[in-house]
Design a protein around this ligand. Structure first.
Ligand code: ADP
Ligand code: MG
Length: 342
């Protein structure tokens, strides 16, 4: 008798999370939001706490042949702050857990913590604990971030309505293009260790891969403008995949426009040089850590002139589907390729 075996790769990361969440029920009234958004939301008297966690593994999420440990430390914090930002909350504390193999010296751990402490300073959070253990295979780092907000200030993925305006911050695709460059230079180096990698030309894209910024600046600006988006999430798996999450959670469709998608010139040029389609990089590149949010049309005037917020389209009725209107005016169905770990 053979037992049934389902490969994780058949259901994918999101399928797995869906599967697990079906077996989890919330017992406490204070657990306002559990699995399914960028962070959990917990009632805490006159305000709410938000909690998120991310796990980074050497060889899966970072490669120490080109990622300096200081940047790995900074990034491990920034990616969690990004999820706090995505809830429209302010980060306050982090915990940091590490597992180390004997390859790592005290000096190496100091370099890692230089980045962690720099990020804690930059995002104004306290390192309040963590865990340290041995690892058989390289470095593992897990950060948990805790933030605060007023209950009515929290923005979920589920609040978008029909005819909201879809906004993204910054520019997209840079981190993926940066990763391709770093991988290319690594191969060149492995083939010929005498060759010095030529990275000067690619500084913007490689920096976006190695040391991303969480957009807390935008969250502070939205607070000052008294503007609460109708829905929001951060872009960690690629714009198309994140739009699918908003559509599913909010029960809306989307139409976005190719000519409105923000891409940096260096990202565009480097993608072309690498033989990649720049728009595919924008739609499916991972790890940009920009914010994707929707606003009510009445709030448009507050952001209209913002230099770093781009209006890429609008939400529709769910039955209208998810479309990208190309520069030539053709509507193409959006596919959420996302960033596959499995
Ligand atoms: P993000 O990309 O914003 O970090 P994820 O896609 O990692 O979000 O996670 C989506 C949701 O699933 C979050 O609410 C997260 O807390 C939850 N989640 C992820 N993995 C697990 C797990 N193994 N058990 C329970 N919840 C999980
Ligand atoms: Mg997120």
């Amino acid at each position: 008798m053979s037992e049934k075996r389902t490969e994780i790769s058949d259901i994918g990361e999101f399928g797995l999370i869906d599967h697990l969440s079906k077996k989890i029920t919330l017992k406490h009234a204070s657990s306002i939001k559990g699995i399914g958004d960028d962070a959990a939301v917990i009632n805490s008297g006159d305000h709410v706490k938000v909690v998120t966690t991310d796990l980074l593994l050497e060889g899966v999420h970072f490669d120490l042949t080109y990622a300096p440990l200081t940047h790995v430390g900074f990034k491990a914090v920034a990616v969690n702050i990004s999820d706090i930002a995505a809830m429209n909350a302010i980060p306050k504390q982090i915990t940091v857990s590490i597992a180390l193999s004997n390859r790592f010296s005290l000096e190496a751990v100091d370099a890692l913590y230089q980045g962690i402490n720099a990020a804690a300073e930059h995002y104004n959070v306290d390192v309040v604990g963590g865990d340290t253990t041995a690892s058989r295979s390289g470095l593992v780092i897990s950060v948990t971030a805790i933030g605060e907000a007023k209950n009515e200030q929290i923005v979920y993925r589920s609040g978008a309505k029909e005819k909201d305006i879809i906004c993204v911050t910054g520019d997209l695709g840079a981190a993926l293009v940066g990763l391709q460059i770093l991988e290319r230079e690594k191969q060149v180096f492995l083939a010929n260790p005498e060759m010095k990698p030529e990275l000067d030309k690619y500084q913007i894209v490689t920096a976006r891969q190695l040391r991303p910024e969480a957009r807390m600046d935008i969250i502070h600006e939205l607070l000052e403008l008294d503007l609460i988006p109708t829905s929001m999430m951060d872009i960690s798996d690629g714009l198309a995949s994140e739009l699918f999450h908003i559509c599913k959670a909010s029960r809306v469709g989307v139409t976005i426009y190719e000519d409105k998608l923000p891409i940096d010139k260096q990202t565009f040029d480097t993608a072309v040089e690498l033989g990649m389609d720049p728009i595919t990089c924008v739609l499916n590149g991972g790890e940009d850590y920009e914010l994707l949010f929707t606003i009510d049309q009445k709030d448009y005037h507050k952001l209209e002139k913002h230099p770093d917020i781009h209006f890429i389209g609008h939400t529709t009725k769910p039955e209208e589907g998810k479309y990208l209107v190309t520069k030539s005016g053709t509507a193409m169905e959006l596919k959420a390729q996302g960033w596959k770990h499995f």
